[in-house]
Design a protein around this ligand. Structure first.
Ligand code: PLP
Length: 508
């Protein structure tokens, strides 16, 4: 594979942009990121003409891959042709707000902004203003964007800014607790109940893990907030319109947060964020209230058109069901593989998200396990072993796969182990016939794309089925874990060659 153009572009970028990129994670691909020229369905094509399977989907905002459904594409084009933006309200903002309020149970009113970060910043400001308190409780390992209140590390009250440039005095007001630990949450409220403005939580810990909530955890947070007059803020920037369909994760879990933050999918691939909740709360933003909130680009008509039409298309074409089914099939295939060959791995995820985690301990039996992605069920035979919070995920990470598959990465500080583990499991799934990737590619290509982010997202059109005439995997190539990577690589390349010869037939 030739990467000359990407390497040259990266060299140029390094002299004019910090780290050569406009968002840190884009530099995660080593030794340098590939520069994308264009998308094509489920693929991206880089500046050297290399074609990659895209498991990343723009880091979350894309439900349809790179070819927008016709109504979405047309709505975007027609908005652009009417002029880029006006700094005045447009009908499409009202329509999109009405759509969200109709589908998301806790949302009566919404303020659109331009990023997930802007949404969580405004949500914290609103929680503080509405309660007259300062403290915000966050989950260790959670991510809420590049903002001062939540960029912390440490535990409980002993948190520090996780970036230079954030004054210690800012994070004095932030308390970090482990996800899924009801006792820790109760302790915060016992110690600080009268000072807690809000609890900010991703319904599923999706930036580390993926970790699902244990039964009753969100209910405990909801009760504690109700009891103490604090606001429960669900950060649905990732889960919104991806988990639980149009009702979002809160609908799926039956929780009514006071405030919800959105981003990614709500803008259909264009820059977006939003803060939703009851009219009583959201009306506290300016100009109806006095909590200052404003933005030149907020409710941008092109974003509104893309977001609204994407979600309408999803509602009318059972897109979420389709993505969910693909995800279930992939996760259960992966779960079978790890149960059989590497029971110390846990398959996590739901709907269109998946990940394979190393949990360092293998259960004696894997019967009654969560078959299509870890759900943190107490009755599951591996409940005691599966990661339930960020510390468990971190402790479970291993560099085994990195050492075997990417020797040049040995000794690097960045812990990419779990990314590589996901990749290996994915490859094993393809080998076993659980999942198809109908193009010739090399292991390195998959690893590169997957390696851009530990969170993996399924595009809606991925094909999960077994094709007639698919060659039976050679039993000698089915290795345990990553112990024989060369055999795995050879075997996967053989499979892809087979697919490449039949790509038209397979694409149908
Ligand atoms: C849960 C969550 N909240 C907030 C953000 C910040 O969103 P943005 O990158 O659009 O600012 C992210 C970004 O990935 C996120 O995952």
């Amino acid at each position: 594979m030739n990467h000359d153009e990407s390497r040259d572009l990266y060299d140029r970028a390094l002299s004019v942009m910090p780290g050569g990129v406009n968002s840190a994670v884009r530099a995660a691909v080593e030794p340098y990121p590939f520069f994308v020229e264009r998308g094509d369905g489920g693929y991206v094509i880089d500046a050297d003409g290399n074609r990659y399977i895209d498991w990343v989907m723009g880091l979350g905002p894309l439900l349809y891959g790179h070819d927008l459904p016709q109504p979405v594409g047309s709505a975007v084009q027609s908005r652009v042709s009417e002029g880029p933006m006006f700094g005045a309200p447009t009908e499409i903002e009202v329509e999109h707000a009405e759509f969200v309020a109709r589908h998301v149970p806790s949302v009566e009113m919404i303020r659109f902004v331009n990023s997930g970060t802007e949404a969580t910043v405004s949500a914290c400001r609103l929680a503080r203003a509405a309660t007259g308190r300062d403290k915000i409780v966050v989950m260790q390992g959670g991510y809420h964007g590049a903002q001062e209140t939540t960029l912390v590390e440490g535990e409980y009250e002993h948190v520090e800014p996780s970036s230079p440039g954030i004054p210690d005095s800012f994070v004095e007001h932030t308390i970090a607790v482990p996800f899924n630990d009801a006792d820790a949450a109760k302790r915060v409220f016992a110690d600080h109940g009268d000072d807690v403005a809000g609890v900010l939580v991703e319904p599923i810990l999706a930036n580390v893990g993926i970790v699902a909530p244990v039964e009753g955890y969100h209910e405990t947070l909801e009760d504690l907030c109700d009891e103490h007059g604090s606001l429960l803020v669900f950060d649905e920037v990732i889960t919104g319109f991806r988990v639980g369909g149009l009702q979002c994760a809160q609908g799926e879990f039956g929780i009514d947060p006071d405030v919800t933050t959105f981003g990614k999918l709500i803008g259909g691939g264009f820059p977006v964020g939003a803060i939703g909740g009851s009219a009583e709360l959201i009306e506290q933003f300016t100009p109806s209230g006095d909590v200052f909130q404003a933005g030149t680009f907020s409710g941008h008509p092109v974003t509104m058109a893309a977001g609204l039409e994407s979600l309408k298309y999803a509602a009318e074409h059972d897109v979420h069901e389709h993505v969910h089914d693909l995800g279930e099939r992939l996760r259960s295939g992966l779960a079978d593989i790890v149960a059989d060959q590497a029971p110390e791995y846990t398959v996590a995820g739901t709907d269109g998200m998946f990940k394979v985690l190393f949990s360092r301990g293998a259960p004696e039996t894997v019967e009654d396990r969560c078959e299509a992605g870890c759900r943190q069920r107490e009755s599951c035979s591996r409940y005691g072993h599966c990661p339930k919070n960020a510390a468990d995920v971190k402790a479970g990470r291993t560099r085994v796969a990195v050492r075997h598959l990417r020797p040049h990465r040995r000794g690097r500080r960045r812990d990419a182990g779990s990314v590589q583990e996901s990749t290996v499991a994915l490859i094993m799934a393809v080998e076993k016939g659980y999942f198809s990737v109908p193009r010739e590619t090399e292991l390195g290509e998959i690893a590169d794309v997957v390696g851009r982010k530990t969170r993996l997202i399924l595009p809606s059109f991925c094909t999960v089925r077994r094709f007639p005439g698919w060659p039976t995997p050679d039993s000698s190539s089915t290795t345990r874990g990553v112990k024989q990577p060369d055999t795995l690589i050879r075997s996967i390349v053989t499979f892809y060659r087979y697919f490449a010869d039949r790509s038209d037939e397979i694409r149908k």
